[in-house]
Each structure stands twice: as structure tokens, then as C-alpha cells.
Ligand binder design. Structure first.
Ligand code: SF4
Length: 329
């Protein structure tokens, strides 16, 4: 698919250009003359590996111990019931127990090489629920065993933030675990309860944010949907709730919610919402008002250096990426 870009100027000037994402070329529509793209969009010569075999149940993909991104799911139980949760219809009765940790760690070494040095270098290990902190009795020994065995791995947890307390914060700090707090900002009420409306929970979340966000080990993860289309509004919401400057809010998104059931469908983009969403997000990112927004660890570019900790600004450049899932992020 090619894109027609209409450029409008003074005194009714209008000219169109055609962008072809397949080869990243841009030409004037009337003359076919190529337009040089800025250096930032320089063409990348990629050496694609041929891919000719399909995987399906009778031809499954082979197994590899060379895992770069390991997700450990503790179970699907959660203390919330978000409207669009993709796990809502999954069976919730399968979960782990503390006594499973030791045998699991022994088995894990058979499946998982442990990165380039066997100690977790170059590997991300995530602990997932449901809500991982519902499984605190399991999470605690499992996290400690994983950290002891793979000390160089980058550990993280995605959580709804409602079960934060000082004991868990000390544990998270000791193990240097990154935190992604799933929250939809001003549209949280469309999803479910808001822990930021509970004074005690708010106090804990503020403490976690003040300790983990300035060192880039915590973000708010937001799902966008029909009633949540502005990253600028999401950033402003967190800044006001937490008494922070907008630049200090580390924001990530998993883009637009994809519905799994009729509850999610109510919140999905419909009709003209798609155009509005695209225009809104392009405009906010192009003008800088959304600032930098992370997206599953990828990045399109870097923008405003962080100002929460001047000694780290620049090195801690914030990410942004144009945005499209719906569950806990
Ligand atoms: S989306 Fe996350 S917080 Fe909400 S019910 Fe699902 S697992 Fe729980």
C-alpha cells in the first residue's frame, strides 16, 4: 500500500507526494521526481534470511535453548477484572506453589541456555500473572532463585500496582526488577478500579515511582482505545495524580486494544475513530506534546532527555514509537 501525502501551503498551494513503505521511497505525484528523505530516515540495507517453511501443528517450529526473552507465568489469578482482559476466559486454576520453585529451577536449566554467558547476559526475564503480586508467596522465592542463578538477566514485572507495599518495594530494589504499571490514565474507569483513587495505594505507588522511575526502572503502561486516544492526556493525568512534572512520567503503551470478546469490542476503535486516532497520535508525536513513549522495548527515535535526574539525562533518552493488544501490559 502506498500513501498519498498532500502538502498544503499559502495562497492555496497544494502538491502531492507518494510514499512507498516497501522501499521507503518518496516521489512527487505529478512528476515522479524523487524527494530526498532526511538522514534520520536513511534507508537500511537489510540482509533478509530466506524463509520458506511454514510452521503448523504437523510441522512445529523446533525448540531452542537460546532464549532471549523468557516469560514466567505464575498463574492467571488477578484481584481485578478489567473489561478487556484477554485472560478473563482462560482457566484460572493452574498456578504454581512455592514448593515448585526448586524443581522448576532445576528443569529450567535443561530448557534455557541462560544467555551468552549462562548467567543471563542479553536475556530479559519477565514474571507474569494474572497479577504477579497475587502470587507473592511464590513470586518471592522464584524471583530470588532466578536472580541467584541468572544475575546478569534483566528482570521485570507487569502489575496493576494495587498490591504495592514497602516489603515488596525492598524486594524489587534488592533484585533490581523493572516495573511496568498497567494503568490507562484518564480512561482507567473504562477498564476497572483505579488504585490511584485509593489514598493508601496512591501513597505506595508514589513511593515506588519516586524510587524506580528516575532510574528508568519503572513505567506506566497504557492501553489505548475508543475513549483513550491521547498520549498527551495520559501523561498529564499521571503528572497531576503523582505531583510530577510531565517530563518525569515514563510512559509506555501497547497501542490500540484488540478485543477478545464483546466487552473489549465496546472499547475498540470503530469507523471514524481510526482516522481520529491516527491523526491524534501522529500530531502529538510530531509536535512533541506526547513526548517520548516506549513500546515493548522498541523505539523509533529518541527525544527529550529525561530531566528527573540531570546526572543521567541523555544517557536515559526517552523512547517513542508510533503506535497498535489488550491485556495487562
Ligand atoms: S488486564 Fe491485568 S489487571 Fe486487568 S484483570 Fe487482566 S490481568 Fe488483571
Amino acid at each position: 500500500m502506498k500513501f498519498t501525502l498532500t502538502l498544503s501551503g499559502q495562497r492555496g498551494f497544494q502538491r502531492q507526494a507518494i510514499y512507498d513503505p516497501e522501499d521507503s521511497s518518496l516521489i512527487w505525484a505529478d512528476s515522479g521526481e524523487p524527494l530526498p528523505l532526511p538522514q534520520t530516515f536513511s534507508r537500511q540495507e537489510l540482509d533478509w534470511e530466506p524463509f520458506w517453511h511454514l510452521h503448523h501443528p504437523s510441522n512445529p517450529a523446533g525448540k531452542s535453548r537460546d532464549i532471549k526473552h523468557l516469560k514466567l507465568q505464575l498463574g492467571l489469578k488477578c484481584n481485578y477484572t478489567c473489561q478487556y482482559c484477554s485472560q478473563a476466559h482462560q482457566p484460572h486454576d493452574l498456578d504454581g506453589h512455592p514448593e515448585d520453585v526448586q524443581p522448576f529451577m532445576e528443569q529450567l536449566q535443561g530448557w534455557f541456555a541462560g544467555g551468552s554467558d549462562g548467567l543471563g547476559s542479553g536475556v530479559k526475564i519477565e514474571f507474569w500473572g494474572g497479577e504477579p503480586f497475587v502470587y507473592w508467596k511464590l513470586l518471592r522465592p522464584l524471583g530470588e532463585a532466578v536472580k541467584a542463578r541468572y544475575p546478569h538477566a534483566q528482570l521485570s514485572i507487569v502489575t496493576n500496582g494495587s498490591l504495592f507495599d514497602d516489603e515488596k518495594l525492598a524486594w524489587v530494589e534488592a533484585l533490581d526488577i523493572g516495573i511496568g504499571l498497567s494503568h490507562d490514565g484518564p480512561a482507567q474507569s473504562f477498564r476497572g478500579p483505579d488504585p490511584l483513587d485509593d489514598p493508601e495505594r496512591l501513597t505506595h505507588i508514589k513511593r515506588w515511582v519516586s524510587r524506580r522511575m528516575p532510574i528508568d526502572r519503572m513505567s506506566f503502561n497504557t492501553v489505548l482505545h475508543r475513549h483513550n486516544q491521547s498520549l498527551k492526556a495520559v501523561r498529564k493525568f499521571f503528572a497531576e495524580k503523582l505531583d510530577l512534572p510531565v517530563q518525569a512520567v515514563v510512559l509506555a503503551t501497547e497501542e490500540v486494544m484488540l478485543p477478545y470478546d464483546s466487552s473489549g469490542q465496546v472499547l475498540s476503535l470503530q469507523g471514524a475513530d481510526h482516522v481520529h486516532y491516527l491523526h491524534q497520535l501522529f500530531w502529538e508525536l510530531a509536535t512533541g506534546s506526547a513526548m517520548a513513549v516506549g513500546n515493548r522495548g522498541r523505539q523509533l527515535g529518541r527525544s527529550h532527555p529525561a530531566c528527573v535526574d540531570p546526572s543521567r539525562s541523555g544517557a536515559m533518552g526517552w523512547r517513542f514509537e508510533l503506535l497498535v493488544l489488550g491485556t495487562c501490559l
